[in-house]
Design a protein around this ligand. Structure first.
Ligand code: NAD
Ligand code: IPM
Ligand code: MN
Length: 370
């Protein structure tokens, strides 16, 4: 039986970083019996240019049939004038929503070699290992109504709606507690219960799930604004952070900078486990975007994309040894002083996207064949 990997490189630096992942999958196929069958399709602005939609129905079918999806990034100034429903980002949102990828895991790990690359002091981030669990298919991203209404008096009203139903909070809370159980057993739930009804209800549901199902674990509640402050003041106090779609988006970009660069943070977007097949839908993507300011120069950091492949091996295929080998190949390159420009320091060797990919691949090959 073959395993189908759907590659959606997207726009900007997406195709540049995905090229490195493609080479790593090819290496896995050579050096193991993984048997990954790769198929590539357009998404985002490049899909819009091709077919007038940011993700075609044919690509959605491929996504539904794939065993896992690797996603690059979408967006760029070229599509600024495109209708809201057809903008590149809408393609990614449709994939998340239609595939019901409700749990977005965004780990922030500070590699020892990068402890000096963060804008924060070394002692604040050295040894950092936290996991943000972002709710991904609900909240203000998808709530209705979502519209701009002409009031007819020269004024308009723009509306987005934050909505959470019980089951959505229950399932993301369970995902966070299950993940924390395999870590340090602590979950911090972040919301704004002081101003939002949805925050109040979020807290109530998370508290109940904890009391009824995970009472042996530690739960704390934090207002999301204060949580952002604590993330840069003393990030190592956290283990797992569970939060809604919008706060999770913002808090994970903040967490990215703790690790030295947005180019370092991978993510996994997971659906529920199918009771019949035991499989779950999954999409893996870096936290960063299409980086239009550096696209086309061959200098983007591919490590977030490569670490997303490691998450894919771990969560979709239980290839733990290979995932660990790939992660340690990333660390080895960094230890050897190999750097893309975003994490460059004095005394290190600067390489481009392909140079970084080569370094990881050489080290990964050695580990796979050892
Ligand atoms: P961005 O993440 O693309 O870039 C922010 C900054 O980080 C830029 O200076 C960029 O050069 C740098 N950066 C990002 N990734 C990097 C990497 N791998 N290596 C080196 N430097 C890197 O965010 P933005 O500029 O706010 O958004 C640009 C476009 O990307 C927008 O259209 C936005 O909607 C889209 N976006 C897409 C995704 C996604 O596809 N998942 C995520 C975020 C933003
Ligand atoms: C992310 C991105 C997306 C989001 C955009 C591109 C839709 O910022 O994955 O973090 O807001 O979720
Ligand atoms: Mn984001």
């Amino acid at each position: 039986m073959t395993t189908k990997l759907l590659l959606l490189p997207g726009d900007g630096i997406g195709p540049e970083t995905m090229a490195e992942v493609e080479k790593l999958v090819a290496l896995l196929n050579e050096a193991s019996d993984a048997g990954f069958e790769m198929e590539t399709a357009l998404v985002g602005g490049s899909a819009y240019d091709d077919c007038g939609k940011p993700v075609s129905d044919a690509t959605m079918d491929l996504a539904m049939q794939a065993d896992a999806i690797l996603f690059g990034a979408v967006g760029g100034a070229k599509w600024d004038g495109v209708a809201y429903e057809l903008r590149p980002e809408a393609g990614l949102l449709r994939l998340r929503k239609d595939m019901e990828l409700f749990a977005n895991l965004r780990p922030a790990i500070c590699y020892p070699a990068l402890a000096g690359s963060s804008s924060l002091k070394r002692e604040v981030i050295e040894g950092l290992d936290i996991l943000i669990v972002r709710e991904l298919t609900g909240g203000v991203y998808f709530g209705e109504p979502k519209e701009i209404i002409d009031l007819g008096n020269g004024q308009k009203r723009a509306v987005d709606t934050q909505v959470y139903e019980t089951y959505e909070i229950e399932r993301i809370a369970r995902a966070a507690f299950d993940l924390a159980r395999a870590r340090r057993g602590k979950v911090t739930s972040m919301e704004k219960r002081n101003v939002m009804k949805s925050g109040l209800y979020w807290t109530e549901v998370v508290t109940r799930i904890h009391r009824d199902e995970y009472a042996d674990m530690q739960l704390e509640h934090m207002l999301a604004d204060s949580g952002g402050m604590q993330l840069v003041r003393a990030p190592k106090q956290f283990d797992v952070i569970v939060t809604d779609n919008l706060f999770g988006d913002m808090l994970s970009d903040i967490a990215a900078m703790l690790t030295g660069s947005l180019g370092m943070l991978p993510s996994a977007s997971l659906g529920a486990v199918d009771a019949k097949t035991g499989k779950r839908r999954a999409l893996y993507e870096p936290v960063h975007g299409s980086a239009p300011d550096i696209a086309g120069q061959g200098i983007a950091n591919p490590l977030a994309m490569i670490a997303s492949l490691a998450m894919c091996l771990r969560y979709s295929f239980a290839m733990t040894a290979e995932a660990e080998a790939l992660e340690s190949a990333i660390a080895e390159g960094l230890d050897a002083g190999i750097r893309t420009v975003d994490i460059m320091r004095d005394g290190c060797r600067q390489v481009g996207t392909a140079g970084m990919g080569d370094a990881v691949r050489d080290s990964f090959r050695t580990k796979l064949t050892a």
